[in-house]
Design a protein around this ligand. Structure first.
Ligand code: ZN
Length: 128
């Protein structure tokens, strides 16, 4: 897993690029996934779950933004052998032992309540 931060530029189907808007993205993804691939998968997912009143969206660009170096990020590894009942996988940080859950394919790891204060910052020492 690695963290990617980027701006996803998106527009509605059949409109000019000048009408595009930006969505800031900050996600944990498998190693090797590019921001462009991730952005396109988000749009594909959105379009596959369209409601009747919604218009399909079109990927315009994925612009990588500078990662925050202030906070040390958790190094999540998957600990579930199979997807848990409820459709999530369990993750654990190799540096601090914090645990979290990841739902679906494109969302990030949601840290467990017990470790809430370390949500954005890995203490880089073993927690109990
Ligand atoms: Zn950690």
């Amino acid at each position: 897993m690695k963290q990617i931060s980027y701006i996803l530029r998106v527009k509605k189907l059949g409109t000019e690029d000048s009408t595009a808007w930006d969505e800031p993205m900050n996600e944990y993804v498998e190693n090797g996934v590019t921001v462009e691939e991730h952005g396109k998968s988000i749009i594909d997912y959105f379009n596959s779950t369209l409601r009747p009143h919604e218009t399909a969206r079109v990927f315009v660009a994925a612009i990588e933004t500078e990662k925050s170096t202030k906070n040390l990020k958790h190094d999540w590894v998957k600990v579930s052998l199979v997807t848990e009942r409820g459709g999530f996988d369990k993750y654990k940080c190799t540096m601090c032992n914090a645990t979290g859950k990841r739902h679906g394919l494109s969302s990030g790891v949601d840290i467990d309540k017990k470790y809430e204060k370390y949500r954005f910052n890995c203490p880089n020492k073993k927690l109990n």
